[in-house]
Design a protein around this ligand. Structure first.
Ligand code: NAP
Length: 246
């Protein structure tokens, strides 16, 4: 159970982040979601969370912005009294082969996916240290482990998140704070909805369990890692990919 805990989930308004927010709310946590610009989706998710009987609030904040994230973290701490669980889930893709990839598309993906996680950890670090407890969960990707053609920017960011996870795990272990990463495979969300049916079918063919994952598949592990029973797990990267990258 996560009763009396406050969980901050970046990108918590849609897709995997929303499923994590709802699952943690079902486990009793108060939920803060951080989103980029889709206020309607964020408000709808907040209403769904509140209907589970916990507190919920959405903050519009670009995680790639150092100052915005600093201000947002301060506001969350003063309103909720502290942060027990941080899930760095906000992410974007700007796919393209290396030959045609624009510098700004490389930078945008690194800034949101990798630096976004750095910003959120950096600004919550001191309060985690003072509390001498906490859970940090970073949503990386199997692309960061295996690489993926057409995703040099995304794979680099997600591989970077793995290094970030392990280094933060080592720095904070002495304060009873764990930091782990979840590496999803092919999950059915808005991020993958734009792919052609042909590409999706080929992907499913390659997955031993013969289906795309659901956001709930990821949320179940995130909630476990956030709980007391996962207190001896840190610095891990756990794949949830239907066996794709075994
Ligand atoms: P999604 O459905 O596209 O949702 C993305 C979420 O991130 C939205 O809540 C969005 O907010 C938020 N966001 C994007 N840029 C942001 C920024 N600069 N600042 C704050 N929030 C931002 O994505 P998803 O498929 O659920 O993916 C979630 C995470 O899982 C990502 O890190 C992704 O890389 C990772 N992942 C996904 C898959 C997959 O197959 N779907 C596989 C492996 C890993 P708005 O609603 O306001 O835009």
């Amino acid at each position: 159970m996560l009763t009396e805990k406050t969980a901050v989930i970046t990108g918590g308004s849609r897709g995997i982040g929303k499923a994590i927010a709802l699952k943690m709310a079902e486990c009793g946590a108060n939920i803060v979601i951080v989103y980029a610009g889709n206020t309607a989706a964020a408000e709808e998710t907040c209403e769904q969370i509140k209907s589970l009987g916990v507190k919920a609030k959405a903050y519009q904040c670009d995680v790639s912005d150092f100052t915005q994230t600093e201000q947002t973290v301060h506001s969350i701490i003063s309103e909720f009294g502290g942060i027990d669980i941080l899930v760095n889930n906000a992410g974007i893709v700007k796919d393209g082969l290396m030959l045609s990839m624009k510098e700004e598309d490389f930078d945008a993906v690194l800034d949101t996916n990798l630096k976004g996680a750095f910003h959120m950890i950096k600004h919550t670090y001191r309060q985690f240290m003072k509390r001498r407890s906490g859970r940090i969960i970073n949503i990386t990707s199997v692309s960061g482990i295996t690489g993926n053609s057409g995703q040099t920017n995304y794979s680099s960011a997600k591989a970077g998140m793995i290094g970030l996870t392990k280094s933060v795990a080592k720095e904070l272990a002495g304060r009873n704070i764990t930091c782990n990463a979840i590496a999803p495979g092919f999950i059915d969300t808005d991020m993958t909805s734009g792919l052609s049916d042909q590409l999706k079918q080929a992907a499913v063919e390659a997955i031993p369990l013969k289906r795309m994952g659901t956001p709930r598949d990821i949320a179940n592990l995130a909630a476990f890692l956030a709980g007391d029973e996962a207190g001896y797990i840190t610095g891990e990267v756990i794949k949830i990919d239907g066996g794709l990258c075994m």
